[in-house]
Design a protein around this ligand. Sequence first.
Ligand SMILES: [Zn+2]
Ligand SMILES: [Zn+2]
Ligand SMILES: [Zn+2]
Ligand SMILES: [Zn+2]
Ligand SMILES: [Zn+2]
Length: 504
Amino acid sequence: MNAVSIFTVDQAKLTSLALLGTACLTCSKIPDELKRCPICRAVSYCSNACQIGDLESHMKTCSLLTVVPMLLPLDDRRYIFERRKIPYDLEIDISIICRGDIGTMKMLLPTIGGELTSIHCDLVNYKPRCAVCLCSADDKRALEGPEYPHLLHCSECRAAFACSEQHRAQYLNEHCQQLERNESFTECEMNKRAFEDSLEIVTRGWTLSETLWFPVRHKSEYAPLPSSWTEWFADPSNLCPPSSSAALNRVRTKQLSIPMTILYGMEQFDREAGDLPLLSSRTELEIAVVGAWEYELLFGGLTVFEEILHCLPSLRRVTLHFVGPDVASKFVGPNGEDRETLEWLPCALCKEKGVEILHTIHPTLFHNYAEECIAKAATGDGPAFQWPDIAVTFNSGMGLAVGMKSGWSPTLEMLAKNGVPTICTSFLEREAEEDDNFLRRHHCNMVFRFHKNPWRSEAVTKMLQTRKGFFSYNNFVQGFRGWTDRRYFPRWDVRNMLARGSRD
Ligand SMILES: [Zn+2]
Ligand SMILES: [Zn+2]
Ligand SMILES: [Zn+2]
Ligand SMILES: [Zn+2]
Ligand SMILES: [Zn+2]
């Protein structure tokens, strides 16, 4: 899934309303009246000064934003927007169009002396679309004539669109209704929140170290986790800086979610076992981060995991094994050579206590890594292999492979057969359901079934190329330990399966 990170001013800009053309592309301000670029009509500016300031960089993008969408043959477009009856099929078609448009831009940009950046991709992927029919302004212009101006937007959140007054009226009610089961917020409120976070980072000019923050304190004894982030941030012992704000705290939860989800998972496993073998008395903890990628490695790095040491006073050492083919190439070269080691700069209290975090990085599938370690140990080329105390797969999307063999299959079977308590998270409820299906098909003994993770990232990202919806890191969580011989037959949904296959 294409996720947009919001940790630096530049990255935050990419998720801002400016991308949707409802705030100034240069400064993110929202004046009473925005000037649209008369050529592409996709981006807006608050003033002549802001427009002139951006002229040079926008010129290269502007003509492409106009030309590239028009390359889709009219008949194809008619077929997609006038004959597609199932919204899901329409979403798939749109994701294919977007991928094609980005490919064309990538090809054309060098001919005008530019190169593809994430802004180009985001302008295509986040292109405003009518919430009812999914048409963009480009689609309307192609279907109805070049004089079509631009989509109407919700004046509250500025992030929901309609192609006509009729579609606006049709959608309004839904836009202002409860968005998710058991939650009180509406889509409009959620939109506001998603874009306020990035706007606040941009306008306050927060730096990476301000948005990444971890409390410096060691607990004197293990105390069960509170029930929510609200409670956590309200607790003075977590030393949340007084200058913090609700938006900044939400942004911080994106990384804090990593150690908190691990601690939460360990609590669930301990509760099921009836004692606290994972949490209260151990001095060493070995964690395998399976299917690791940038999320766990790049932002905050090892410091993120320090919170585990801070919460479990008996712990002297945490060893992390980052295992996965997508492990950042920044750290491991194509031939497995170390490019850069992750540095850990412990806080003063960790230094004083003499606790440590060790780590290893393996750009391979977990079962290959484990088999290799076991083989090396057998021939005396390596230390005795120890299964990790806990494994975690963050936002893996493993369930997409339902019905098919994937790299996850042997890994899951191995973790289950060897009784490694494993925590799995996902961006979306739908993905959590797919993962659950997938795990049970692999005979994993589910200890806690999927549910909304109280320690999910509160920084939400709007879904791409769909009518509605949001995702957040570690949004749903589930865990298994051990193996079951009960056969599990999932409900087959062939249409969805085929559709997913063509989309992902
Ligand atoms: Zn401006
Ligand atoms: Zn333009
Ligand atoms: Zn419409
Ligand atoms: Zn709204
Ligand atoms: Zn520390």
